[in-house]
Every structure is written in C-alpha cells, then in structure tokens.
Design a protein around this ligand. Structure first.
Ligand code: 3NM
Ligand code: MG
Length: 505
C-alpha cells in the first residue's frame, strides 16, 4: 500500500494455462517481463486452489516489490488481503466495487473491467481507481468476453468519461500486440481523453522472450506512432489539383496488385515510381525508399495475408502511409476474415473500396452494421454518412467509389461527380485509382484528405478528357487516351481548364 502514483502504461495480466505459459514458471516469466518494463502486474488465475494462489501471489509480490510495481489480484479480494498486495481487479460478474472497497480500504487499488458507457460511469462514480476497457478485439486468450467494442467503442467510453469530468486512468485490453498497439492507442483517443496504457496477456506471457517483448511494447506505448505525422496545411481542392504533379512523385510499392501492368502504367503517367512487390520480407527495405504502400487484397491465401501483414507492419513502423484496397471484401467468409485481420494488425491511412466493400469493412470489423441494410444499395445521404462514420471510427480517410465518389476524413464528406462510364468498362480502374491515391499521399506534402481528393480528381478528370477525344470510340481506344490525359494533367501548370465536380455534403 501507499504506492506513489501508478504508471499504467504497460499492464501485464498473467495466464498460467499451458497454451500460453508452456512449461515455464509463471514467476520467472513475470520477472523477465518486469525487467523489460512492465508497470503493473495482475495475477489472474481462474482455476487455482486458494492455497496455491496465495503462495503464487506471495512469491510474485516479492518480485513486483523489487521493481516498485503494483501487484493486483484478479477477482480474489481474499487473496489480495492474505498477501497484502496493492489491490484487485474486478469484472462485472465479480464482487461489487463498494464491497471490495469496504474490505480492502481506501488505499487499495481497485480496477474494474467495463465494456459500455453505463458500466464505465458506474465504476467511476463508485470510486474505481482505474478502468480496464474491453474487449477491444476478439482474442483466443479469453473467449467468454461479453462485447467486442473495437477502438471506436473504447473512444466512445473515453469521450463520455471526459464529458462527465471523471479524471480516471484507463487501459484497454483484448487482442493487443506489438503490431496494433500504437494504432489502438491512436484510434481510441477521444478529443479530451486518451488511454493511459494497454493491458495484455499473450503478447508478453506467450512470447519466447518476455523481457524483449515487454521492452519493445514499452517503447511503442511511450512513443507517438510514426504514422501520426503532420501533413501540412489543407489547401483548396482546386489548387491542389494543380499541385498534384508535385505530390505524386513518390515510390509506390504495391503488394499483390491484381492489374499490375495497368496500375504501373498509371503510376508512371502521374509521376510515381511503382514497384510491384508481393513478398513481405522486402517491405522493411522498400519502405526506406520513402513511398507509400498499397495493400491490394488480391489474394487472401495464408501466404498472401502474411505478406500483407509484414508489409503493413514495416510501413507503419517507418511512418510511411498505407492505402488499403479491400478487393471483394464481402465475397467470401475468408475475405471478410482477411479484412478483419488486416484492420486489427496495423494502421491504414486510406481505405478505398466500392459500396459493397466499404459496407463490409464497416460492418464486419465490429459486427456493427448499425442501420445498414445489406440487401439494397444505399441512397446518397446514407453513403455519405457511412463513409463519414467509417473514417471517424478508423481516424483515417475513407473513399467509396461509384458513379459519385464519397470521400471523408471523419469530419467532412465530399461527393465527387467527375469520371466517365468507360472507367467501368475496362478492368482494374478501381485498383488503379488506389495506386493514384497512394502516390498522392506518399509525399505527405499536403493534408491527407486534400491529397486523396486531388488524386481522385486527377484520375477522373483525365477519364473525362480522354473520353472526349475524337479518336476515342469505346473502352479500347479509351485506355491509351486515358494514360495520355493522366500524363497531360500532370504536365499542366494551370488548373483553370479542369472542371472539378465536387461538393461538400
Ligand atoms: N480480459 P490478450 S480480454 C483477461 O475483455 C482479459 O475484459 C479481457 O488477452 C476483457 O492480451 C482478456 O492475449 C484477455 O489478447 C486478453
Ligand atoms: Mg473477473
């Protein structure tokens, strides 16, 4: 007791099931984790006998004290009392907070698991010392969790706590690992309240080197994510189109591009340097070249998926932008799973898809299809709202392509009516638009939303101009003309001849 202010940044929850601990000793693994930088330890034993649990807790407490780190006991107020450790963590089905407080006294640390706004406010009012918010993502470590709330759910809870003026430390839990930790902290943060840390089990307890894992995770919690960079001032869209040529200079490695040749030609026409790379192991080197990454979900076999994840991780770590094209997202259950896996394993600066793909990305990542009817197509205002909601939830930029394209950064939505029907009559224009977008965000010279809009306008105005050419009589003759116009717009210095059909919704 009498601990100074607790640092919640890296909160370790133990697990002694063989699948996680193997044949190693719990106390040994925890001590290694403490050496790596864990700041809070929770002993969580769901099946141990009381005597065994007390003896483990006693031994652990001796160790945590050496590191000046609090030891909390999951659920078992009696064990905490017997050992005299710093406190407990209680779930919604455990002992009531008020009873635990009476038994443990005012100085004990009592944390509460919450998965809704109501539970959070009740715990705050009841005098909890911190909140464990979850479940962020489904995890094999605990399968009987009540609700998967995602980062959007965590952010809602944090927002309400701040609104009610509770100043309480918070961590989140569930499926957090080295790859997604920074994105989870970034996306969970509400305007006036962010997380104080993350709680995890398997990322440390199941790691072959718990000290190394903890030390890496600690570094990630303590440093701002590399992808969170200031992209410069927003500019008016019209001017940005004229500037697009200077934005679009960067290298754009594509992972698994379905229509590689066409995409590469478009990239060259707009001034980007494409590399069509499908092997994730190359990504750490490729991202040093300074471009953006396109994850074009062409194939979703395990090898393909592993490549996407390796590339995503490398680009996130290097702070380089990532454009995700969830090709055919809703077509099969494997594809839906792949979308989920990609989205939970890193940060995606831009997500671009058609209506069906964007609806799958929105609904599937959190089973919150809220009011989105899956059978019919949405009307314009619902499309706009969907794109806005997804971008707000993911804290990124979302593009829904179609006759009218919708683009949002989570704060405003734009509808773009440029383009030509020929774009729909040749293969790969959707994927290729992704390439153009990635080139635009690669240089980070403009505000991200503006850069994305500029790329779409560049692409679609080129299609309009190409279709109007006298030699163009159909999709076949359109293609070379389209490449020419992409190139010509890039060369153009004045934007006055370009008519952008864009409106804020
Ligand atoms: N509590 P991992 S999820 C212990 O949602 C626990 O309340 C959860 O394990 C909750 O870090 C969870 O391996 C397990 O995903 C988290
Ligand atoms: Mg419990």
């Amino acid at each position: 007791m009498g601990m100074p202010k607790v640092d919640y940044s890296l909160y370790l929850v133990t697990d002694s099931t063989p699948a996680i601990l193997g044949n190693r000793q719990l106390t040994h693994v925890v001590e290694e984790a403490l050496r790596g930088g864990v700041t809070v330890v929770q002993l969580r034993e769901k099946t141990a006998d009381t005597a065994d649990m007390i003896s483990t807790a006693r031994e652990l407490h001796g160790i945590t004290q050496k590191y000046g780190v609090p030891l909390l006991i999951n659920d078992r107020v009696d064990v905490a009392l017997a050992v005299g450790c710093e406190g407990v963590h209680i779930g919604q089905d455990d002992m009531e907070l008020s009873v635990a407080r009476k038994l443990l006294g005012p100085d004990a640390i009592i944390g509460v698991t919450v998965s809704s706004i109501e539970e959070a406010l009740r715990a705050c009012k009841g005098g909890a010392d911190y909140l464990g918010i979850g479940t962020v993502y489904a995890t094999p470590t605990k399968t009987n969790t009540k609700d998967i709330i995602g980062t959007a759910g965590v952010r809602e809870i944090l927002g309400k706590i701040a609104e009610a003026r509770f100043d309480i430390p918070t961590v989140c839990i569930g499926g957090i690992n080295e790859s997604n930790l920074q994105r989870i902290i970034f996306q969970s943060g509400a305007a006036r309240k962010g997380l104080d840390g993350v709680a995890l089990v398997s990322a440390i307890m199941a790691a072959p080197d718990p000290e190394g894992a903890a030390s890496e995770l600690f570094k990630l919690v303590k440093s701002p994510p590399a992808f969170r960079v200031d992209m410069g001032p927003a500019d008016v869209v019209q001017r940005q189109v004229a500037q697009a040529p200077s934005i679009i200079q960067a290298l754009t490695p594509n992972v698994e591009q379905v229509v590689q040749n066409f995409a590469a030609n478009v990239a060259l026409a707009i001034g980007a340097s494409p590399i069509m790379a499908g092997y994730g192991e190359e990504a750490p080197d490729l991202c040093k070249l300074g471009g953006a990454l396109v994850i074009n979900m062409g194939s979703v076999d395990p090898a393909g998926l592993a490549n996407y994840l390796k590339a995503l991780r490398a680009y996130n770590q290097a702070g380089r932008p990532v454009m995700f094209d969830p090709v055919g997202a809703g077509a099969t259950s494997i594809r839906r799973e792949a979308v989920k896996t990609i989205m939970t394993n890193g940060y995606l600066d831009v997500i671009k898809g058609n209506e069906g793909e964007i609806r799958t990305v929105f609904g599937d990542s959190q089973e919150q299809q809220r009011g989105v009817d899956s059978s019919s197509t949405l009307d314009e205002s619902r499309k706009a709202r969907l794109v806005l909601a997804l971008a707000a939830r993911e804290k990124n930029v979302v593009v829904m392509t179609g006759k009218t394209d919708f683009v949002s950064d989570g704060e405003s939505v734009f509808a773009i009516d440029n383009g030509h029907e020929y774009l729909g009559l040749v293969t790969g224009t959707g994927c290729t638009l992704g390439t153009a977008i990635s080139a635009a965000i690669a240089s980070r010279k403009a505000n991200r939303l503006t850069a994305v809009i500029a790329a779409i306008l560049h692409f679609e105005i080129a299609a309009e101009l190409a279709a109007e050419r006298p030699e163009v009589r159909g999709p076949g003759t359109f293609l070379p003309a389209f490449l020419d116009e992409l190139y010509r717009i890039r060369q153009a210095t004045a934007s006055s001849e370009l008519i952008c059909d864009i409106q804020e919704k």
